[in-house]
Design a binder for this molecule. Sequence first.
Ligand SMILES: Nc1ncnc2c1ncn2[C@@H]1O[C@H](COP(=O)(O)OP(=O)(O)O)[C@@H](O)[C@H]1O
Ligand SMILES: [Mg+2]
Length: 326
Amino acid sequence: MSTVVDPVLRVRDLTIRTRSVELLRGVDLTIGRGERVGLIGESGSGKSITSLAIMGLLPDNVQATGSVRLGERELLGTPERELARVRGRDVAMVFQEPMTALNPTMRIGDQVAEAMLIHHTQPSRAAAADRAIELLEAVRLPDPKALVRAYPHQLSGGQRQRVVLAIALANDPALLICDEPTTALDVTVQQLVLDLLVRGVEERDAAMLFITHDLAVVANVCEQVAVMYGGRIVEAGPVNEVFRRPRHRYTQGLLAASDLAVDPHSGQLRAIAGSVPAAGRFPEGCVFRSRCWKATDQCRAEPPWTGAPHGPGYACWHPAQSEVIT
Ligand SMILES: Nc1ncnc2c1ncn2[C@@H]1O[C@H](COP(=O)(O)OP(=O)(O)O)[C@@H](O)[C@H]1O
Ligand SMILES: [Mg+2]
C-alpha cells in the first residue's frame, strides 16, 4: 500500500474519540486506482467507524483528528454541505443491510435515477431513467424494465443488495466502500453479489475498501489487507503475504480461527480465546495483549510499527516467525 502514487484514498493518523473513550488511534490506509483493500478484524475492532469517517458520516458524539484525503480533497473538517456533494458521487457505500439504504415507499427505478439526478450526472429525468435500466441490467436483475416499477419489499434480500450496488455505481465513484455487503445474504447469492461488486469496480478502475470479518472473502476479492484490532491497524500488506506469513499474533489468531485454517485432520475451527473488549477497555501498550498467548511484560509498552511507514508491516513485540503457512 505504500507504493501507491497518487492514491484515491489516503488516510493518515486518523484518531477518533468520544469525550471518554478512544475508538481509533493512528489509522493509516492507502488505496490506489483499481486497488481492492480488505479491512478485517472481529466485531468491535473499529472497522465501521473507519468507514464512516471516510464517508463523512461520523456520529455527532465523536471527534476526529488526522487526515482523510480523497484524491486531492481533505474530507476531515469539510462542511456537511460540501460532503453531501462528494458522498454518492466520488465515494459510494454498500452496507450490510440493503433496506437501510433503500426508501421503502419509492419505486426501484426512481431510486436509481434519483441517485444520478441529485448529483447532476445525467442531463434529464428521461436519461436517468434509461440509465437506471442499464445499471439494473448490469447487476443481473431479471427483467429490469418491469423491475423499475417495483418497491423494495417485492424483492429478495439478494436482489435488494444488487439494487443498492446499482445505486452505488451509478455515478462511477472513484472509491467504493463495502461494509459486510454479503453478511446478511443467503450463501447461495453471496458469491454472485461479490462477483458483481468486483466487476463493477474493475470496469470503472475504482478503488475499493472491503470490510468484513470473513477472511476467505478477503482472499477472494482483495489484493491488500489491513488487520484492525482495538481501533488500530496491527498489520498490513499484500493478502498473499499477510495470510501466508502472518507476523502479528492477532492476525495469526484470526487465521487460525477462520475457514482458511480448518485443521485438515480434525476439520475443527479454533477460536481466539476471550472476546473483543468494549471501546475504552483495551489494555495499555499492545491492545491485543489481554488475549495474546505470547504476551510478556514487554507488551505493556506500545509496539512500534515494523515495516514501511504507512505501508506493509505489523506492530507486535513477539511476531510470528516468517515461515510460510501452507
Ligand atoms: N458513536 C459511538 N459512541 C461511542 N462508541 C462507539 C460509537 N460508535 C462505535 N462505538 C464503539 O467503537 C467500537 C468500534 O465499533 P465499530 O467501528 O462499529 O466496530 P466494527 O465495525 O469493527 O465491529 C465498539 O466498541 C463500539 O461500541
Ligand atoms: Mg461493523
